[in-house]
Ligand binder design. Structure first.
Ligand SMILES: Nc1ncnc2c1ncn2[C@@H]1O[C@H](COP(=O)(O)OP(=O)(O)OP(=O)(O)O)[C@@H](O)[C@H]1O
Ligand SMILES: [Mg+2]
Length: 1024
């Protein structure tokens, strides 16, 4: 509701309790008009909904639209019939309070449409399971049936309901409709026989004639021609196509509501019989009437399955049973016509009631459980015409009763709310129409009693005697005015009229036909004839028991009063919801608001009274929570958050708004504001404040959205992170597993590395090989002299050896290539020495010679000159080696210093003295042999062949300081390795010119070479 407060000047207030001047009907109507012009056809008066018929589709009843109202508080939405229905429905379901929706208003104001919308909303918001859907369907389909038989075109409404209807919709505990029940009130049966200009009989007659097939019409003995039937001939003709489709719809509906095919035919037979009945004419002879056309009466009897003579008699005679004296008297023509019409009306009226009962039995919920109920009352509102009749009196009486109920319930509600909220209750000044209800209902003195009395007393009573009686009995009553000759000039009515001052205003009634209508007489003979019928429905609706009963039948008004009172009993236990319908003009014109016509209805619907009662207390009330929620921004203390309880918050707010004490009251859960003005000021302040707040809210909202976005992103990134970490962890695990596997394989490979190659050690061995090769490549000895060779895996034994071998070859090659010619020669000599003294024979002193450089010359300096001199004498013979030496004589083994010179061809032994020399020996190298011992001595035995002994006296025994060097040199340039022998013997013979000398070789210290005197042998003692 508050939402629309800001638009209130343009579209009016949506709740009339907010109108500042609540006493002015002009202001009220003006508010309705403003809204009507904006197509806002609904306005609230508190919980009462006022609906102005738009006479056009305003597009506010779609399913989509209905959803907007579902489960919304009545005050949160705009005024709408869906909002009202939703409130009622939710009170029923959530609080288990039975509801009724009271729809009233003038003919054409939209009551029936409203009741359909209520049903539509219920259908929208409830379930659609099989059984529920079926019930809903039946509830909906009851409408075309009731409308066909109970509605008619009138001057005010093309589809005017000519009966009052109260429909209960039953709900199960889940809130789904499970059944229904309909009560019907006061069908305008006079319409069957007579219609005003421009009006029509009930729709069914036209629908049947237009829609029935030819065969059916034949069976019903009907012609497709309205003019043929007296009861229709005066009425306005309708469009055929519309009637035809309506008839189809009716048949469908009847089937859905479970009328059997026979029942449907029987119903149409009754409708047809009424048309034929109207055509029965009478002639009068000497005051006695008789039927003048047999064709119609035949048709009636055939259709209703009754006896022709009996019916004929019943139509023209009247039997009176006066305390046992049964008297039958003929009727005059006028009475016979009256009797015929009465029969037609009675049949139609009873048929209608039977139809309602039939619908009810189909709608009965098939559970024993007590279901909760929403009642929908679609009943004629207060009526005031130029001429007001018996029907208007009934209707207006009914409205007085409904107003009573309204006052009772509204005030009671208001009072209860105040009590509940702990607010002091001040008596509200309102008009209590109980006095008018009493005017009708008082025993003996009330209008109804007086009318009944006048109908029932024997003798000549008529409408005027009734009026007299009314005048007499009610003359002093404040709300009754009878015709008074004395006051005639002041009276605006005639002498057959009286006036009742209703709560909604004065209404003048004409008593004409009051008695007849109240009596509602159907002669006993006709009732009897009907009860004898074999027609399944007729015999049912005219039960024999009723005909036989001696009790006087109740008058129409009394019957109506009773049913109204029963209705009140039903309604009083329910929570009421009011829909007050208004028509904007008399011409069914869309978008045209006739202020006079609306004002008239506002008055007669008692809306100003509604408003006054509502406003007598407080114009506005709202729970503290919702009030605070909307207006808290108007007070520093409550904005943006109020942390205390809502009531204290509202108190703060109200204080800061500067409300006067009499402007508001604080209830237990609600604030009550007395004047709309205070609310408007608050609202206006709110609207102004709103603009300031918008930017704050916008910023906050943006911040909030951003935060949300950020949170979302953060969450998303955490998810991504999580997944990525998971992925990484999985990868790491895989890696570790693989590593473990590799290590394990490595270890196993390591353990079995020295065994034969298997799958297990294959890789390790390959790796070991690789690493060994790499290691080896870095640690290869870089000199042939380094004996270190890197260790190798077992599997590389062979390879290692080969590589070592080749590497050594390689190093040697390099070594060799890098050797100087001189060094090369040295090595060749060393190799030769190795061969001579280590391989071919073993000379112990050989090892010591290895590191010593072989020289070509070892001549002491004092002998140098002599040596040079000798070398010049050599005649081109090249000296290859020369050294000092000691020569031991062959006999005495006397030691003598000499020089040994080896040339390419000879070995010379010379003796030097100063710078001169003496050649002692010159032996050709190709004939001599050389002999050395295996010990460390330095003795060289030069063996001279026998043929040369003569000249040289025997083998030469020499001691040479560098024995190994000397011998190696000589062998090298002679290239005769065989000339040397290394002998490992203790005794060596040497040739001394034909006789042998003995050399004994011993080991010991010191090293000596001398003659052993006793043996005469040369004794060589070599160091060990
Ligand atoms: N809410 C609405 N929207 C559009 N048209 C409507 C609405 N209510 C009523 N009407 C129109 O007004 C006509 C009369 O309405 P309806 O038959 O409901 O009146 P009523 O109050 O039931 O009259 P009566 O007392 O004669 O039965 C409808 O046929 C329809 O054309
Ligand atoms: Mg209606």
């Amino acid at each position: 509701m508050e939402i629309s407060l800001k638009d209130r000047d343009k579209v009016g207030v949506q709740d009339a309790v907010l109108l500042e001047d609540f006493n002015s009907s002009e202001v009220f109507v003006n508010n309705l008009q403003k809204r009507f012009n904006e197509n806002l056809i609904y306005t609230n008066i508190g919980p009462v909904l006022v609906s102005v018929n738009p006479y056009k589709d305003v597009g506010i009843y779609s399913s989509q639209y209905a959803k907007e109202f579902h489960k919304k508080h009545f005050f949160e939405t705009t005024p709408h019939i869906f909002a009202l229905t939703d409130t009622a429905y939710r009170s029923l379901i959530e609080e288990n309070r039975e509801q009724c929706i009271l729809i009233s208003g003038e003919s054409g104001a939209g009551k029936t449409e409203a009741s359909k919308k209520v049903l539509q909303y219920i259908a929208e918001v409830t379930g659609s399971k099989g059984q529920v859907e079926k019930v809903k369907n039946k509830l909906f389909q009851s409408n075309p049936v009731l409308e066909a038989f109970g509605n008619a075109k009138t001057s005010r409404n093309d589809n005017s309901s000519r009966f009052g209807k109260y429909m209960d919709v039953e709900f199960d505990y889940e809130g789904n409709p499970v059944g229904g029940n309909i009560l019907n009130y006061l069908l305008e049966k006079s319409r069957v026989i007579n219609q005003f200009n421009g009006e029509r009989n009930f729709h069914i007659f036209y629908q049947l004639l237009a829609g029935a097939s030819d065969t059916m019409l034949n069976d019903l003995l009907l012609k497709r021609n309205l003019e043929s039937y007296y009861y229709l001939s005066h009425s306005q003709k309708g469009t055929c196509n519309k009637e035809k489709s309506a008839f189809e719809e009716l048949n469908k509906a009847l089937t859905i509501i479970e009328f059997t095919a026979e029942e449907q035919i029987d119903i149409f037979k009754i409708i047809a019989s009424i048309l034929h009945l109207g055509n029965i004419g009478f002639v009068e002879e000497e005051g006695i009437a008789s039927v003048n056309n047999n064709e119609s009466i035949d048709a009636v009897c055939k259709l209703l399955n009754c006896d022709k003579e009996e019916l004929k008699n019943a139509l023209t005679h009247k039997t009176i049973d006066a305390k046992g004296d049964v008297v039958t008297s003929p009727l005059d023509r006028e009475t016979a016509i009256y009797a015929r019409d009465a029969l037609a009306k009675a049949i139609y009226d009873k048929l209608f009631t039977w139809l309602v009962q039939k619908i009810n039995s189909s709608l009965q919920a098939n559970t024993q459980r007590k279901n909760s109920v929403i009642g929908i009352l679609d009943i004629y509102g207060f009526e005031i015409f130029q001429k007001n009749n018996f029907e208007q009196l009934c209707i207006n009486f009914c409205n007085e009763k409904l107003q009573q109920l309204f006052i009772d319930l509204t005030l009671k509600q208001e009072q209860q709310e105040y009590l509940k909220e702990g607010i002091e209750w001040h008596n509200i000044d309102y008009f209590d129409n109980k006095i008018i209800c009493d005017l009708f209902e008082m025993k003996f003195k009330g209008i109804i009693s007086i009318m009944d009395e006048e109908c029932l007393v024997p003798g000549n009573t008529n409408d005027l005697t009734l009026l007299k009686k009314l005048n007499k009995n009610l003359q002093g009553h404040k709300h009754f005015k009878g015709f008074n000759k004395m006051l005639k000039k002041q009276m605006k009515f005639e002498n057959n009229e009286f006036q009742v001052i209703h709560y909604a205003g004065p209404v003048v009634y004409s008593v004409k036909t009051f008695i007849e209508k109240n009596n509602d007489l159907l002669f006993r003979d006709l009732r009897y004839a009907m009860s004898n019928s074999q027609h399944s429905i007729i015999k049912n609706i005219f039960p024999k028991s009723e005909v036989m009963s001696m009790r006087l039948p109740e008058t129409a008004f009394t019957k109506f009063k009773k049913s109204v009172n029963d209705l009140m009993k039903i309604l009083i236990d329910k929570e009421p919801n009011y829909i007050r319908c208004i028509k904007p003009n008399d011409d069914k014109r869309p978008s045209f608001f006739d202020v006079d016509i609306v004002s008239h209805q506002v008055t007669y619907l008692g809306l100003m009274e509604n408003l006054r009662v509502r406003r007598a207390g407080f114009a506005y009330r709202r729970s503290y929570e919702s009030f605070l929620k909307r207006y808290k921004c108007l007070c520093k203390q409550t904005w943006p958050h109020w942390h205390g309880n809502a009531k204290d918050g509202v108190q703060q707010l109200i204080c800061s708004l500067g409300f006067e004490n009499d402007e508001y009251k604080m209830g237990k859960t609600k604030i009550f504001i007395r004047y709309p003005k205070s609310l408007f000021q608050t609202e206006d302040a709110f609207q102004r404040k709103k603009h300031d707040l918008v930017s704050v809210i916008k910023a906050t909202w943006k911040g909030y959205k951003q935060r949300q976005e950020y949170r979302k992103l953060k969450l998303a990134s955490i998810v991504v992170q999580k997944w990525y970490r998971r992925y990484q962890a999985q990868k790491a695990i895989k890696r570790r597993k693989a590593a473990v596997e590799t290590v394990r394989r490595f270890i196993k490979g390591f353990i079995t590395r020295n065994g034969p190659e298997t799958e297990i050690n294959k890789k390790f061995v390959a790796l070991a090989k690789k690493h060994w090769l790499i290691r080896l490549s870095k640690n290869l000895p870089n000199s042939v002299l380094i004996k270190y060779w890197p260790p190798h895996p077992v599997s590389c034994n062979e390879a290692s050896k080969l590589i070592q071998h080749y590497h050594m070859l390689h190093l040697s090659r390099i070594y060799r290539k890098n050797l100087t010619a001189e060094r090369k020669q040295q090595f060749e000599l060393k190799v030769l020495a190795e061969k001579l003294f280590s391989v071919n024979g073993h000379k112990k002193s050989y090892k010591n010679s290895i590191p010593q450089w072989f020289k070509n010359e070892r001549i002491p300096s004092e002998q140098e000159e002599a040596y040079k001199l000798f070398s010049k004498s050599l005649n081109g013979e090249r000296i290859m080696y020369s050294t000092s030496a000691v020569k031991y004589d062959r006999h005495g083994y006397k030691a003598r210093d000499r020089i040994l010179i080896a040339t390419t061809k000879h070995v010379y032994i010379i003796e030097t003295k100063g710078n001169s020399y003496t050649q002692k020996h010159g032996l050709p190298l190709n004939v001599v042999n050389l002999l050395v011992t295996a010990q460390k001595d330095k003795v060289l035995l030069v063996q001279i062949p026998e043929e040369m002994i003569k000249k040289d006296k025997g083998d030469l025994i020499l001691e040479i300081p560098q024995l190994i060097e000397c011998v190696t040199k000589i062998v090298s340039f002679t290239k005769n390795e065989n000339m040397l022998s290394v002998v490992d013997e203790k005794v060596i013979e040497h040739n001394m010119k034909g006789k042998p000398g003995i050399i004994e070789v011993t080991v010991g210290n010191p090293e000596t070479i001398q003659k052993d005197k006793p043996t005469g042998h040369l004794l060589i003692r070599a160091t060990p």
